[in-house]
Design a protein around this ligand. Structure first.
Ligand code: GDG
Length: 468
């Protein structure tokens, strides 16, 4: 079997267990275990200049190959073009994107340097799978160095309509670089349509047919087991005792403006205002580990959240009850799983999200005998697979408030009915199924359009009416 070469901005720590590893590492676990593989990317460290020779370490069947980023490249490639320009534009937020030509030069430089460091490691029949928006240009750079291997590219975040994407300076250069890719994966059929449209508009119809929707999944059974085990752990018992019989609503998100956190907090506040009978009956726990704290838009978001939480707690709290608990530290994954299991409501309300794994994790974590209710944004890719959720417009606090009110009163049989449908879908489209489907397209065993998670599965269905 040919080797699988994974390329991503960050390389996971090989010593991390399944319990602490990030989403991509979990999703790739089966594929990596079954074949000889290489995981290539940034070490997470900075140095005077970006390396063009990778440092290698071997763990099991995988070689981890890493390079450091130069200080300037960290600033321009990572903080600049990737996080302050591409990330907002791909999430439809042209207005807050910041452009600087030096950032794009840094982005080009790192994509070239990564290709130079990876090319000498490649063997003739390797299959190369490049991940995400940091590395749009890398396949083309590998081709320029004479690499002839099959190359795939998967975009974990949304792809916006062409009119939005074209607001990005150098948008066309990113699209043109995809000519070098054999199979291009995105999360949903809407993303696929948008990307195809952008490619066709620049005369790349032949590339557009290599685009398919492959919605990413989670290790559903593993996460369900973790949640069931952790429910009796010290942290979860302490949390439950502190609730003193109140219901728990939970949110778990990187502290990112795409996740709709201020709007969610406002929605929770609106629920307490409009439906006062829930006051003192529910506590909202938001876990929001700080991410990209050195990018300006993220610092501003943090201030906004501090204020929003403080305002609602100040107005509504009683001596023995604060409506919102808000943690900006990362919480260990097993504890998150246990917290999700005891939460009556999962609040997942991003303004835009490629997929959103938290929504699937919340479903997987539920007790099948007494499942909770998922309140889900209509703008998360996951909505196409989770039609048992209460689907809301995350920009409308009143919509969130009404869904919370419905969720608080939802009878057990309706909760079970909605959850069962979602659990079947989360299990069926697991991380390893996702991985297999994409690799099958990349290795030419199936046409990209056929291997994808099928248009019907990934296309957001019309928002379901909320329970009466
Ligand atoms: C990108 C796309 C797409 C969160 N806080 C803690 C913690 N987490 C974990 C969650 C979940 C993961 O991080 C976040 O995954 P998401 O999918 O929700 O979001 P992004 O990080 O934005 O990921 C997204 C994904 O790529 C995969 O393709 O779904 O749309 O934006 O697993 O549980 N984990 C721990 N402590 C925390 O405090 N341990």
């Amino acid at each position: 079997m040919s080797r699988l070469v994974i390329v991503a901005n960050r390389v996971p720590d090989p010593k991390e267990s399944g319990a602490t590893a990030g989403g991509l590492a979990v999703a790739m676990k089966d594929a990596l275990a079954k074949r000889d593989s290489v995981w290539f990317g940034w070490s997470g460290r900075t140095a005077d200049a970006t390396g063009t020779e990778a440092a290698l370490t071997r763990h099991g069947t995988t070689t981890y190959a890493t390079v450091d980023l130069g200080h300037d490249d960290y600033k321009h490639y990572y903080q600049g073009f990737s996080n302050a320009a591409l990330w907002p534009v791909l999430h439809y937020r042209l207005g807050i994107a910041r452009f600087d030509r030096r950032d794009f030069a840094g982005y080009q430089h790192v994509n070239t340097a990564f290709a130079q460091a990876l090319a000498p490691l490649l063997q003739t029949d390797d299959v190369v799978w490049i991940h995400d928006f940091h590395l749009f240009l890398m396949a083309a750079e590998l081709r320029a160095l004479g690499c002839r291997q099959r190359i795939g590219f998967f975009l974990h975040v949304p792809f916006p309509p062409r009119a939005v994407f074209n607001g990005l300076p150098h948008a066309e250069k990113l699209l043109e670089a995809l000519v070098a890719v054999d199979a291009i994966g995105v999360q949903t059929e809407d993303d696929a349509e948008n990307l195809r449209g952008a490619l066709i508009a620049i005369g790349k119809g032949d590339v557009a047919i290599r685009v398919g929707a492959f919605g990413i999944g989670i290790d559903a059974v593993g996460f369900a087991q973790l949640a069931a085990q952790r429910v009796r752990s010290k942290d979860v018992v302490r949390l439950q005792e502190s609730l003193a019989g109140r219901s728990l609503a939970i949110g778990v998100d990187r502290l990112d403006y795409t996740k709709g956190l201020p709007q969610r907090i406002a929605g929770f506040g609106a629920m307490l205002e409009r439906f006062p009978r829930h006051r003192g009956k529910i506590t909202f726990l938001q876990v929001a580990p700080v991410s990209r704290g050195d990018v300006a838009q993220y610092r501003q978001l943090r201030r906004e959240l501090d204020e929003g939480v403080g305002r609602i707690n100040g107005q509504m709290a009683e001596p023995d009850w604060a409506p919102i608990r808000y943690i900006t530290r990362a919480v260990p994954r097993p504890t998150i799983a246990g917290f999700m299991r005891v939460a009556r409501i999962g609040l997942v309300t991003p303004l835009r999200d490629g997929m959103n794994l938290v929504a699937k994790e919340y479903v997987a974590a539920q007790d099948p005998a007494d499942p909770g209710v998922l309140v889900l944004s209509r703008f998360a890719g996951a909505v196409g697979e989770l039609d048992g959720a209460l689907i809301v417009n995350p920009l409308d606090p009143d919509d969130i408030a009404e869904a919370l009110d419905v969720a608080m009163d939802m009878p057990a049989d309706e909760r079970l009915d909605r959850w069962s449908r979602m659990w079947a879908s989360v299990k069926a489209n697991s991380a390893s199924v996702w991985c297999r489907r994409f690799l099958s397209a990349l290795e030419g065993k199936e046409a990209v359009a056929d291997a994808g998670s099928s248009a019907a599965e990934s296309k957001p269905r019309r928002a379901r009416k909320k329970a009466a």
